[in-house]
Write a protein that binds this ligand. Structure first.
Ligand code: FAD
Ligand code: MG
Ligand code: MG
Ligand code: MG
Ligand code: MG
Length: 528
């Protein structure tokens, strides 16, 4: 036998083996997404669904464009225009995902499964409960209304969270006008029935008040001229100003616009009880309680936690918090493979002081026990990625560079030649963590988080193969992927104030108020 033929036999045997046992394709990992709101749909739209076996669970088979909900309350926009059916969305985007119209009532992180209940009636066995297991879970359940346990609110107030809420409000406004038009109703009674009260002076309450005002002056007064004089709108706000998350100039602009419109602002009042025909308010400064008769009330005073989230937080040892805590990569740190995005979650930003000794050690390449400016500059980018509060702090103190910050630790030495030891380094950075910012519960944040997380999922394999990345300084065990932490990009906020007046706040201290603002803002929205 020649070597060549021997080689031939070996080669033949090899290829025969390969034919006998073709490599099975690796099982696709199961991704389960809870919720089809801003966060969930943004994740799903951006996820490469061919890499995973994707299942989506939500009791609503549509996505609701919440910024337009206040316009639905008064018919400016039709309900069907602000929703997008979820199955249509998947089909349009060519996504291979399974959808179940059901509510998740329990997350079991040890079994890696979620317990669900059908939202469309029960099955033949008499109950529609089922279980879905996951490799990765994305919790995007949003938030619920928060009554702060104020008595009577659940029973008597409207909310403005869902499309159905907006439709109910619309019907209720008309009902009030019809009720006040019935003969033999006293003037006092008419005033009561036509008193529309909004509790909460945040963006939603303010926008609803503006819509309602336009609806009244443009439409309803023509249809009900006899009772026009009895109509009143009041906003009750516990803080000193409405729109207190906006720039002060916008709050002042909105308040004076509302005053001209005859919308009453009761600031500095807290609602302590609601009955079927009156609201009890307490003046925060004097403590005096007053009864406010009303016809219809809309409660828009903050968001609360869904029971399934509260239960999950207690299971993983997060205790009593308002939202599920994640790390900066949007993962729930206490358990395996669970991520949370949007209003149901909040990011716990790692404090730099927790890692200060590690940072010092990594930066001190020559092991001298001190850091030079060059040594600090070499790790500065990593530090700023991992701890955005460093940049925010330097900005707030009008510091030009890291040398200014470090100088605080060593006194006024020469920038270039300065050297710091660990104590001086700690002292210089000791106030930086005061600048840790929480991200707001908005659609902007939810959508950006969904997009970011899908991006991480799409690149997961790559990151396992190339774990080195810009995160050499992490102390949180996230070293297996080289992704930068989530960073929120604020694109500004917008408050329509009625009568085509609006106020917008854009990044870079840019504030715009008045007539054309609305169109400016819509163009910003459109460009996103
Ligand atoms: P959501 O969008 O609320 O989605 C939660 C999803 O979870 C829903 O699909 C829900 O059906 C589903 N779900 C609930 N319970 C369960 C369960 N047990 N099991 C499974 N699924 C469940 N933000 C802005 O940035 N700009 C604005 O102009 C703006 N205007 C707003 C106007 C109004 C009237 C409202 C109410 C909100 C507005 N917001 C705005 C805030 C914005 O809507 C929220 O921040 C955003 O919806 C949060 O997204 P999310 O995905 O976390 O929650
Ligand atoms: Mg969602
Ligand atoms: Mg939504
Ligand atoms: Mg959040
Ligand atoms: Mg050194």
């Amino acid at each position: 036998l020649t070597a060549a033929s021997g080689g031939g036999i070996v080669a033949y045997a090899d290829s025969a083996r390969a034919e006998e046992a073709p490599e099975p394709p690796p099982r696709k990992k199961k991704v389960v997404v809870l919720g089809t709101g801003w966060a969930g749909t943004s994740f799903l739209k951006n996820l490469d669904s061919s890499r995973y076996e994707v299942k989506v669970i939500s009791p609503r088979n549509y996505f609701a464009f919440t910024p337009l909900l206040p316009s639905v309350t008064c018919g400016t926009v039709e309900a069907r225009s602000v929703v997008e059916p979820i199955r249509r969305m998947f089909e349009k985007k060519g996504k291979d995902v399974a959808y179940y119209e059901a509510e998740c009532f329990k997350i079991d992180p040890t079994k890696k499964a979620v317990h669900c209940r059908s939202a469309v009636g029960t099955n033949l066995d008499g109950n529609g409960d089922f279980m879905v297991d996951y490799d990765y879970l994305v919790v995007a359940l949003g938030a619920t209304v928060n009554t702060f346990n104020t008595p009577g609110v659940m029973e008597h107030c409207h909310f403005l969270k869902e499309v159905e809420d907006a439709q109910k409000i619309r019907k209720s406004v008309i009902d009030c006008f019809e009720r006040a038009s019935i003969p033999n109703i006293s003037e006092e009674e008419k005033r009561k029935i036509l008193h529309f009260v909004i509790i909460g002076g945040g963006p939603t309450g303010v926008e609803f008040a503006a819509e309602l005002h336009d609806f009244l002056v443009e439409d309803l007064v023509k249809l009900y001229p006899a009772i026009e004089q009895f109509v009143k709108i009041t906003i009750i706000q516990s803080g000193e100003h409405i729109l207190n998350t906006f720039d002060q100039r916008i709050a002042v602009f909105a308040e004076s616009k509302f005053q001209r419109d005859g919308i009453e602002l009761s600031t500095g009042f807290r609602v302590i009880k609601v009955s079927d025909d009156s609201i009890t308010v307490k003046c925060k400064s004097s403590g005096v309680e007053t009864l406010v008769p009303y016809g219809m009330a809309v409660w828009s005073a903050g968001i609360g936690t869904r029971p399934v989230i509260t239960d999950f937080m207690s299971q993983v040892g997060q205790g009593k918090r308002r939202a599920l805590a994640t790390n900066e990569w949007l993962r729930v740190p206490e358990c395996d493979s669970v991520y949370a995005i949007g209003d149901c979650s909040s990011i716990s930003q790692r404090k730099i002081m927790e890692d200060i000794s590690t940072i010092f050690k990594v930066a001190d390449k020559d092991n001298s026990g001190t850091l030079t400016l060059k040594e600090i500059n070499d790790v500065l980018e990593d530090i700023c990625i991992r701890y955005p509060q460093v940049e925010l702090y330097m900005k707030s103190m009008h510091m030009v560079d890291i040398a200014d910050l470090i100088k605080g630790g060593v006194g006024d030495s020469n920038k270039e030649s300065m050297v710091v030891n660990i104590e001086e380094f700690k002292k210089a950075l000791s106030h930086v963590d005061s600048q840790v910012k929480t991200v707001p519960a908005t659609a902007q944040v939810a959508a950006q988080q969904g997009y970011y997380l899908a991006d991480c999922f799409n690149k997961k394999d790559h990151c396992v193969e190339h774990p080195e990345g810009p995160l050499r300084l992490t102390g949180s065990g996230e070293g297996h992927h080289n992704f930068r932490p989530f960073r929120y990009k604020h694109l500004g906020q917008f408050a329509p104030l009625g009568g085509e007046q609006a106020a917008a706040e854009l990044p870079g201290d840019w504030v715009s108020m008045g007539h054309s603002t609305q169109w400016l803002w819509y163009s910003v929205y459109a460009s996103r």
